[in-house]
Design a protein. Structure first.
Length: 147
């Protein structure tokens, strides 16, 4: 049933495309290029419906009906696409890229962020952070450098 409805839907799509492209637009004559076309205004008289306009309306209605039918048939299938897809194991994290040759003494902490970062803070000239176990309970500060 779904295959049959899909074939009808594709056929209606092709017919609708052809019929729309065969129609001439409003004010398609030379006067329309210069702003004329007073007899074919948007709210004016349209004249008799031609075969192409009737075919366009019919194809558009059939397109809507087949679209709704395919949507209803598709929603009645059991399960979800996500439920039918097998779950794969997550990828392993990538190894850190080696730094440049002179990066050993850089001010940025390494990937571990442990002792290397603490050593670099002391040499960078910044004030040391207070520690919990300071003897007097007051924050430890370093003297300012002379300017």
């Amino acid at each position: 049933m779904t295959t049959f409805l899909m074939l009808i839907h594709i056929t209606v799509c092709l017919v609708l495309i052809m019929v729309v492209l065969l129609q001439s637009g409003k004010a398609a004559d030379l006067a329309g290029a210069f702003g004329g076309g007073g007899s074919q205004t948007a709210l004016g008289s349209r004249g008799a419906a031609t075969f192409l306009t009737k075919a366009t309306t019919t194809a558009a209605v059939l397109f809507m009906i087949t679209s709704l039918g395919l949507a209803l048939l598709g929603s009645r299938q059991t399960g979800s696409v996500l439920e039918t897809t097998p779950v794969s194991a997550p990828a392993a994290p990538a190894a850190p890229a080696p730094g440049p040759a002179g990066a050993e003494g850089s001010a940025l902490p390494g990937p571990s962020g442990g002792e290397d970062a603490a050593k670099q803070e002391g040499t960078s000239g910044q004030a040391a952070a207070p520690t919990k176990g300071s003897e007097s309970g007051k924050p430890v500060t370093t003297p300012d450098k002379p300017k």
